[in-house]
Design a protein around this ligand. Sequence first.
Ligand code: GLU
Length: 914
Amino acid sequence: MSQLVLYLILVLPLVVTAQRQFYENKFTIGALFTKENTDAELAFKYAAQWHSLYSGDGTSYSTLVQKLPEGNTFASSKLVCNMTKTQNRLIAIFGPDSLKTSAIVQSICKKLEIPHIQTSWQPSTNYPPIIALNFYPAADLLAEGFATILKHMNWKSYAITYQRDEALIRLQGVLKIPESTDNPVTVRQLVQHGDNRPLFKLLKVSGITKIIMDCDTDDIINYLQQAKEVGLLNYPTSYLLTSLDAHTLDYSVLDTSANITMVRLFDPSNEHLVRHLKSWEVGEMRSNRNVATTPETVRTDSALMIDAVNLLIEAVNHLNKTEIISPRPMVCEESDTWEGGYRIAAYMKEHRLANPITGPIVFDQFGRRINFNLQLIELNSNLVKATWCPANGTRLNITINAKQRQQMILRSLQKQRIVVSSKLVDPYLMEVNASHASDSLTSRYEGYAVDLIELVARELNFTYVFTITESNGNYDESSGLWNGVVGDVVNGVAQLGICDLTITHQRRQAVDFSNPFMTLGISILYKKPTPGEANMFAFIDPLAQDVWMYTATAYLGVSVVLYLIARMAPGDWESSHPCDENPTELENAWNLGNALWLTMGSIMTQGCDILPKGISSRMAVSMWWFFSLLMTSSYTANLAAYLSKERLGVSINSVDDLVAQNKIKFGTLINGSTYEFFKESNYSKYQAVWNKMSGFKPSTFVGKNHEGVRKVLNKNQEYAFFMESASMEYEISKQCELAEIGDWLDSKGYGIAMPTDAPYRGEINGAILKYQESGALQTLKKKWWKELIKKEPCEIEETDEKKDDGLKLANVGGVFIVLGFGVTISFCIAVVEFLWNAKSIASQEGVGYCEVLKSEVKFAVNFWVIKKAVRAEAKQSTPLPEASHSEEVDDKGSFFNLQILPRINSSRSISALS
Ligand code: GLU
């Protein structure tokens, strides 16, 4: 008996201590799941097991997993209470992952003071009790992270599509971003398990190409498939998937060329994760089960579960060294609490996990995770483009260098067939092989644009197809839509737009442009000056018709006035014999003929043999001379200009010339950048062009460049075409009759259009710059502007000009005609005078008319006789000088010659006498 007592005294304490120690190192972790056999459950089980097996510190952790009925809070609370009542070593409860049941679990844990650990998203409004910890990033910080990412992506106009209402909390930061109405954001809810194609179609029709999608990870493929069916999953449509598990899906089924950006919380290649996965495999293999999960498909809740279990175990182990952790069964219905629970929760909040998988784990006082690393990745790329953690605030940490970024962009470019929108316009894009079945075949077309895009595609290693449209791109204010090449790029039909597409401010609002590959300016296309129709009477042109009329009237008027003045002026009455100082009679030389002769002589700058002597008559003549001086100088000055104008036809040298005249009509390509240039110009000169041009009836605007060129060449109309110099250069090298008039009105460039913020813009620019520097673009231009033009070379213009230098007979023939006409009339008058004289002699002498005429003709044609006898009648009144007697005159001749004595009152006679 005494031996038994001794035994009890010595051995029993040892047994009790050993048993107590055994229990103190054994703990149970409870977990609640709503779904069967999830990866998170495996992660939970094996993380706890891992520690028991490999830590070697003697503590072991068993797991207790319970399945909660989804949405049934009453049944869930029963299950949890049962767990706490039956488990005497329960140190913490994990889960559940359901928003509906987690609240009841949390309140039970709070009451019993059992640490409650969660690994799923909870709204930021739920501030957990101090006993709780959630390893999932705090909702408000996650929202901030998405907002920062979106700002960095620089999306202007986009759509937010979401599946569950709580997404609006998740995306609250994103929803706050839009600051201006210029960049509208469309928000649409996705129908769960329903047909969302109408929604995606609507987005497509609205021209939206950037979409944020917030939905369950398992529904992503389904939604994207629906988007694909309506054509909203092509390049360059971009998606931002907010699910932190989006990267675990297999997108190959979608065969998409869209840009899909995803966000994740951890790196799948993390060595601790890989090690844990191995333990799953080994563990499951023992139970003859396979694990299909790979590091790439591990979801966030599993990774968080591993970190959560590890942190709990590390915390309990540390605490266990300094104090006794003795959990016990607790009954929900009683006011039972476990004092150790708070210490574990508090220790977990302070403790830093040694090897976290999901990045640094820091909690705030409420157990919300406030430090984590979001990693930004693209579909089909393992490169993390950028990272964000709450400490970064509004800054994104870019983790790839320029080269990696370029490689990423190139890879995504090379993945798809780029659609290039263009317009048929010479020599940029011309159809060569219309028989090709498909429009998109590049072999169907040739031209500068084809060659240029080929160079760029070869440089960046992508393939492309063409889509043809009607215009370069106009904005319709009423519908707010773009058409043409720009419209194709805006609407996502094409990823690039190339033709004679001018970079304009308005277009730049809708699309991005590459660096200009060609520089140019607006200029005037017109026919080369050709000789106008020769006008023999061009010498009349320097003075207008009415000026001629007025001059002629003035001539007659002044002559008559001069005649009258001379008759009145005493100075013009002179002695008929200058030597006679006391004449008995005075005579006046100014009859109407002499007055006409003087005024004519003056205006012809020839002078006159008699001049007036009276003051008034001299004054009148001076005035006439002044008039004549100005008229003849003006006429002479204008004559040269008019004769050369006559020779070269109508000419314009600048926009001012064009606006100033009314003969030549002018226009532009309708709705092109040239048209817009004049329409929108604030410069008065170009406003004048626009006012005139837009007022022409019928309209002078054309639908195509070649129509404008045809109008210019049309001989039956005078038309000038405002055109861009590059295209003009091409037309001029094809048609010798065309010429560029004046200087460029502006300076701009052609660029390749692409969607706003297209990631490949830098690459395209790089390629263009490279070809510009190497001279390849110049060679291309030469090829299409010169070498491939099939036509006869133009005549060398210099020679033509030289040939044209002198005035031709056609230009001055009229002067000869006037001369000939005048001389002929004079001759006729002379003949009439001659006949009249013969008749007078015949009647005076009583001789036959024919006889007198014969004798007079005979005398007149006797060219060597230069003297003529004075008529007898005349001789009586005016004695003739002796020398007037002709030695060669016979009787008859002297008789006749006496008859043709000039009348004494003729001016010539007076002058001769004086
Ligand atoms: N390059 C012009 C455009 O992009 C078309 C030609 C023109 O307007 O003269 O609109």
